[in-house]
Design a protein around this ligand. Structure first.
Ligand code: NAD
Length: 533
């Protein structure tokens, strides 16, 4: 295993920025603690990068661009081939870092790294993905071809919940297309990005092609405003995502913004009981519900009663523990604030009339008494006007609803409103934007799944459901990298999705060339009319 600059620093480790190929400690006076959510121990400290440091990172990316874009694509691909090999080599180290900073179980952390690794593997075939088109003889002796060229300096802004996978959705695709990159990891768990950057450089990524700046809102705003940044990839909440989308597109940048979710499962009475309950439990409580594709709401067609006791029994059997413990099924939530918010939403559901079938709020995990643990929680008889339904809970809470028919269930899912009431006054502008945006496409549309044995019901669901990622007897239908991650409605802003062909299109622009090579110029005369063939 290579020596890690990042992990040999004294404790508490001050996470460096990566600027022009060098790991440099920030001169900032303000650092944020990165906290292990199972223990409250300070793992490291992340800087609020200064404006000078941010500008230096963009300048380094801009300087590296001309030579990198002219590097043969076969060489750029070979860097990715080596990179994927190094990620495999250091899989355990990466996963341990993810578990330490984010809290998910080690096995789940391996999945986090692996799903990102698959994007790197896909980027190894960039030459084919980036191919242009050619038509010969569009007119006499004239040919036209289009080429996909990189944009320049691109940037990525990441959420906390997939510290390895989401950075890997971004920079491998961008740089293999020939761009250079500025990455801003989540300030809650920057470690995996740092380890990945070390590996990318070990794989041969030249200085300045990938740069990392840490920080929070000011760094994000600086990314939105900087004239030399041409495109921004964002993944996170709707408040941040719509703010970034508005601010950066107003500056003429391309933005792809993957945002929040309220993913539903519709369970038909004919669904296989065992397989369906197991899928609901795994997708509802895995990663402590902190996945954008977590199943947070189940609509039982024909009523939930026959399903309740078995769902509760299996949820109760899950082991809540620190992610490093081998028996853990789910770990802690990211922060004390997140835990308090989730507690509040459970309480509000109960007070609004939902039945609390399982309450995980009072759980204590021996040896980890100060961790942010919440046990699996199930609320039944939930209705669409309850706050717990309208908000994305992002915790281990499963809401049960009922419908008399598939039509009614589809209407519930499609009617799920995006909720904008809880933002502070300082976000008045964003809130206004969110309201108008949500008027336009006013519901979350990330994922939805049906469990049934009926092809007719499945086909109706697939056709009528308003969600970008549809599962049929599949609980978390996150597409593999040869497709794209296709959230829609309020779960996505932009028009070119992450990874797959759309991801390559996002990080490239088309140039169309028309050429005229003739062996004689004898026919040439002035033609003042619009050329036609
Ligand atoms: P977040 O929006 O709080 O943070 C994401 C990033 O935005 C961070 O880097 C943060 O520094 C920055 N940020 C946050 N608020 C900001 C603001 N007001 N101005 C400027 N920058 C700001 O999101 P999170 O809590 O880290 O992640 C959880 C959210 O991400 C959930 O809503 C989840 O559904 C969503 N998510 C979506 C997808 C997807 O693909 N659709 C994937 C993962 C997570």
């Amino acid at each position: 295993m290579a020596t890690s600059h990042f992990s040999t620093q004294p404790y508490p480790l001050r996470v460096p920025n990566l600027i022009g190929g060098k790991f440099v400690e920030s001169k900032s006076l303000t650092f944020i603690d990165v906290i292990n959510p199972a223990t409250q121990e300070v793992v490291s400290q992340v800087p609020l990068t200064t404006n000078e440091e941010f500008k230096a990172a963009v300048a380094a990316a801009k300087k590296a661009y001309p030579s990198w874009r002219n590097t043969p694509i076969t060489k750029r691909q070979r860097v990715m081939l080596k990179f994927q090999e190094l990620i495999r080599r250091d899989m355990d180290k990466l996963a341990l870092n993810v578990t330490t900073e984010q809290g998910k179980t080690l096995k789940d952390a391996q999945g986090d790294v692996f799903r990102g690794l698959e994007v790197v593997e896909h980027a190894c075939g960039m030459a084919t993905l980036q191919m242009g088109e050619y038509v010969s003889n569009v007119s006499h002796g004239i040919d036209t071809f289009s080429i996909r060229e990189p944009l320049g300096v691109c940037a990525g802004i990441c959420p906390f919940n997939f510290p390895a996978m989401i950075p890997l959705w971004m920079f491998p695709v961008a740089v293999t297309c020939g761009n250079t990159f500025i990455l801003k990891p989540s300030e809650k768990d920057p470690g995996a990005s740092m380890l990945l950057a070390e590996l990318a450089m070990e794989a041969g990524l030249p200085e300045g092609v990938l740069n990392i700046v840490h920080g929070a809102h000011d760094t994000v705003n600086a990314i939105c405003d900087h004239d030399d940044i041409k495109a921004i990839s964002f993944v996170g909440s709707n408040v941040a995502g719509m703010h970034i989308y508005a601010r950066a597109t107003a500056k003429g940048k391309r933005v792809q913004s993957n945002m929040g979710a309220k993913n539903h499962a519709v369970v038909m009475p004919d669904a296989s009981v065992d397989a369906t309950i197991n899928a609901l439990i795994a997708a509802g409580f895995g990663a402590a519900g902190q996945r954008c594709m977590a199943l947070s709401t189940v609509v039982f067609v024909g009523g939930s009663k026959p399903w309740e006791s078995i769902t509760v029994e299996r949820a109760k059997a899950l082991k809540v523990n620190a992610g490093t413990e081998p028996d853990a099924d789910l770990g802690p939530v990211i922060s004390i604030q997140a835990k308090e918010r989730i507690h509040r939403l459970i309480q509000s559901g109960f007070e609004s009339g939902a039945r609390l079938l399982l309450d995980g709020r009072s759980i204590v995990v021996p040896g980890y008494e100060s961790g942010n643990f919440i046990g699996p929680t199930i609320l039944a008889d939930v209705s669409s006007n309850m706050e717990c339904y309208k908000e994305e809970i992002f915790g281990p809470v499963l809401l049960l609803m009922e419908a008399d028919s598939l039509e009614e269930a589809i209407n519930i899912v499609n009617g799920n409103k995006y909720f904008v009431n809880n933002y502070p006054a300082s976000f008045a502008f964003v809130k206004l934007l969110l309201i108008s945006y949500s008027d336009f496409c006013n519901r979350y549309g990330n994922g939805a799944t049906i469990f049934t044995r009926s092809g007719v019901a499945a086909r109706k669901f697939q056709t009528e459901i308003e969600a970008g990622q549809v599962g049929i007897n599949v609980p978390i239908p996150v597409p593999l990298p040869f497709f794209s991650f296709t959230g829609n409605k309020a779960s996505f802003a932009g028009d070119l999705n992450f990874y797959g062909k759309a991801g390559v299109n996002f990080y490239t622009q088309i140039k169309t060339v028309t050429q005229n090579w003739k062996d004689s110029d004898s026919e040439d005369k002035i033609n003042m009319a619009m050329p036609t063939s």
